[in-house]
Design a protein around this ligand. Structure first.
Ligand SMILES: Cc1cc2nc3c(=O)[nH]c(=O)nc-3n(C[C@H](O)[C@H](O)[C@H](O)COP(=O)(O)O)c2cc1C
Length: 366
């Protein structure tokens, strides 16, 4: 088990300034398209009262001139600090969309320059901006000029192994006015495979004055400590490690603040959390929510005998009642085998120095 060096502990105890915004947690929940909706974010927020949250990425040109903004831009009053992430390749559209995002309550605007998906890179957005630093610079400048809140950039280390330009690119983003940079330690060509190369994050951190957040393979408290030690980064951003595990950001935050490990949720805790997630997403999105819940359910269900069968059943649910019946059946079986819940809702959290103390109480229903 990793421990935190005194030097690191001291450095990370300080609040993190992103321009005019002060964060009281060094752990961030990443934007995850199709995942980090309001319901998922609420689960994360329960354990990480001060962590920065992100919406799913929002297509800027799709929100510039519409009367009704998409549901993915909705922010609840108790979600702060929260950033709305935008993607596009046109500075003017991004600037207008950023203004609308600020009107919705975004504390910062994050610009996606890392998405590897062809549909987006073909049009010049996401990670293809790594190949066009001049356009990326123009985008940051335009958005910075358009909004009163800090603007940040999330990107990768380069397009492919022959074109790793993270340091030069990051310097340009800083020069253009970005107030924070999150670096995913993979190239676009890597997609989501292979190890994240934290060495590049260390180089970028050494080259910039603005905060640098490390992203890629932050899947546990130990991984977070190793990454922070190796990179000197100002914080870590959790991504796939939170799928079916909205406790992760809070667990890391708790350790960084207290030096102690929060008790990990048991299998039953995770199934109870899955059940709550299912109910809430269905209430929020109707049948579409049930369809989306299927993938979430499969992420929650692992690590016990019978998990594969339960996943198969949950993949096909048509209603909340059906999903609950499957989950309750599994909970009953696990209880009969001697498994117990640890009352996951009451896992310790560090509320101290809250930004705007969120009105979430341990036993309050979502
Ligand atoms: C399902 C999924 C959706 C994602 N959506 C976004 C997104 O909307 N915006 C973004 O900047 N990155 C997105 N990412 C990338 C992650 O935020 C993160 O950079 C990447 O997964 C690396 O971290 P990891 O190795 O810890 O997963 C997505 C990744 C996944 C797996």
């Amino acid at each position: 088990m990793e421990t935190l060096s005194l030097a690191l502990q001291t450095r990370l105890a300080q609040p993190l300034s992103i321009g005019s915004v002060t964060l009281h947690s060094r752990v961030l929940q990443s934007p995850l398209s199709g995942v980090t909706d309001k319901i998922f974010r609420r689960l994360v927020r329960r354990y990480a009262p001060t962590a920065m949250l992100y919406t799913e990425m929002v297509h800027a040109s799709g929100v510039c001139y519409v009367d009704t903004l998409p549901q993915i831009m909705e922010i609840d009053p108790d979600e702060h600090p929260i950033s709305i992430q935008l993607f596009d390749c046109r500075p003017d559209f991004l600037a207008t969309a950023a203004q609308r995002a600020v009107a919705e309550g975004a504390d910062t605007i994050d610009l996606n320059m890392g998405c590897p998906v062809n549909k987006i890179t073909r049009k010049g957005g996401g990670s293809s901006l790594l190949k066009d630093p001049a356009m990326a610079t123009a985008i940051v400048e335009a958005v910075v000029k358009a909004v009163p809140v800090p603007v940040s950039v999330k990107t990768r280390i380069g397009w492919d192994d022959d074109h790793i330009n993270a340091v030069e690119f990051a310097r340009r983003m800083e020069g253009a006015g970005a107030k924070m940079l999150t670096l995913h330690g993979r190239t676009r060509a890597q997609g989501y495979t292979g190890a994240a190369r934290w060495g590049w994050i260390a180089r970028v951190k050494a080259a910039l004055s603005i905060p640098v957040i490390a992203n890629g393979d932050i899947v546990s408290v130990d991984a977070a400590i190793q990454c922070l030690e190796q990179t000197g980064a100002d914080g870590v951003m959790c991504s796939r490690g939170t799928l079916g595990y909205p406790f992760l950001v809070g667990e890391i935050d708790y350790f960084l603040k207290t030096g102690q490990r929060a008790p990990t949720p048991t299998v039953i805790d995770r199934l109870l959390c899955a059940q709550e997630h299912l109910r809430q997403i269905a209430e929020y999105k109707g049948y579409r929510g049930i369809c989306q819940a299927r993938k979430h359910m499969t992420w929650y269900v692992k690590g016990f005998s019978g998990a594969a069968e339960l996943r198969d059943a949950l993949c096909q649910i048509e209603s909340v009642a059906e999903g609950e019946a499957h989950l309750q059946g599994a909970i009953a079986q696990l209880t009969a085998q001697g498994e117990t819940p640890r009352v996951w809702r009451e896992m310790p959290r560090t509320d101290a120095q809250s930004w705007n103390p969120p009105p979430v109480q341990p036993n309050q229903p979502l």
